[in-house]
Write a protein that binds this ligand. Structure first.
Ligand code: UDP
Ligand code: MG
Length: 322
């Protein structure tokens, strides 16, 4: 079977939405003018998602199941899926909760055939709560300001990638992954596609605030030198200010012999600059941590099982044996 497009779906405890997802996906891949496979990645679910994946993969050979050994997080689950892409033209990445309509594969494929390498979906609206919406909006705008190159605003991982972009991303060994940044980094012809993001069709969000913060930090520290540079600038500014203040005090001492009282000011300065120093150390620590994670050179994920062509495959080093 020759496959044109692989659709990657990461799933973490998604039993509630699973049947609906498979229905939508099946009716989509039944109607495409090109051939599709679906790669369902189980990200160490503790509910029945893994069993459901095995069942559908045994029943319909167009579905491949990649089951990870434990919960690795969304970005790594998608990375695992990318490693199993057999689509000759490329791959599409969607969420499992049907917030990203799989029907868009038709439109995306047209753009891919027109010569675009990356088609990224831009969210016209969000259906999350007010606080989350504000946080997202502020974050994307901050990131745009400080990142070393242009990462499109309001676009998530929902996208279609050409085969060469998939290969490029697969060859990037970075541990703390921020796929939408890596995708932008690869380059080639990229285009945004505006769409209305639906609501999650069933179940609860699997992105805790902790996971969101981790993602946000990766977006900033992996793609921007700004945090470290701001420390240096702040340092220079502080030194310059303190020198001026020193000169001013010496002048007052000799001209009027009145040494300023300023106990409160002293304490304030100590507390303020201790805080600044702690933040600065933390910012440097973020980079050191990333270096540490990288030099350990662990594999990005561990695979438990792969079900392809309706049967379980043996895997070594996270690859299917042929
Ligand atoms: N997901 C995952 N591993 C995780 C968290 C989430 O594979 O640790 C999957 C989840 O099953 C879903 C997608 O990533 O298919 C997006 O997650 P979710 O919809 O919960 O995030 P939100 O849309 O609320 O930001
Ligand atoms: Mg969602």
């Amino acid at each position: 079977m020759s496959i044109d497009v692989s659709i990657i779906v990461p799933l973490y405890n998604e039993e509630a939405v699973f049947d609906q997802l498979i229905q939508r996906l099946t009716s989509v891949i039944n109607t495409t003018s090109f051939t599709c496979e679906v790669i369902l990645v189980n990200d160490g679910s503790s509910d029945k998602t893994d069993i459901l994946i095995e069942q559908i993969c045994e029943k319909d050979k167009r579905f491949t199941g990649v089951l990870l050994s434990r919960n690795h997080g969304h970005q790594l689950a998608v990375s695992a899926g990318l490693n199993f892409v057999r689509g000759k033209k490329g791959a599409m990445i969607i969420d499992g909760d049907l917030q990203d309509p799989p029907e868009l594969v038709h439109e995306f494929y047209k753009l891919l055939s027109d010569g675009y390498d990356v088609i990224y979906a831009i969210r016209k609206n969000r259906k999350e709560g007010f606080l989350k919406k504000m946080a997202y909006s502020l974050y994307y705008r901050l990131q745009k300001k400080i990142s070393n190159f242009n990462i499109p605003i309001d676009s998530g991982d929902f996208s279609m990638l050409s085969k060469r972009v998939v290969d490029n991303i697969n060859s990037m060994p970075e541990q703390s992954r921020y796929l939408r940044g890596m995708r932008a980094w690869v380059g080639f012809k990229q285009i945004g596609y505006e769409y209305d993001r639906d609501e999650r069709q069933a179940g609860e969000t699997k992105y805790s605030w902790g996971k969101l913060f981790e993602l946000a930090f990766n977006g900033i520290f992996n793609f921007s030198d700004f945090p470290v540079k701001i420390i240096t600038r702040l340092g220079f500014f502080t030194v310059a200010f303190s020198l001026l203040y020193f000169v001013y005090n010496i002048y007052r001492k000799f001209a009027y012999n009145d040494v300023p009282q300023g106990f409160t000011a002293t304490i304030l300065a100590i507390i303020l600059f201790s805080g600044v120093q702690m933040i600065s150390l933390g910012l440097i620590g973020e980079y050191v941590l990333r270096i540490y994670n990288q030099v350990r050179n662990r594999p990005l994920f561990v695979i438990d099982k792969v079900i392809q062509e309706g049967e379980q495959k043996t895997t070594t080093n996270n690859k299917v044996e042929i």
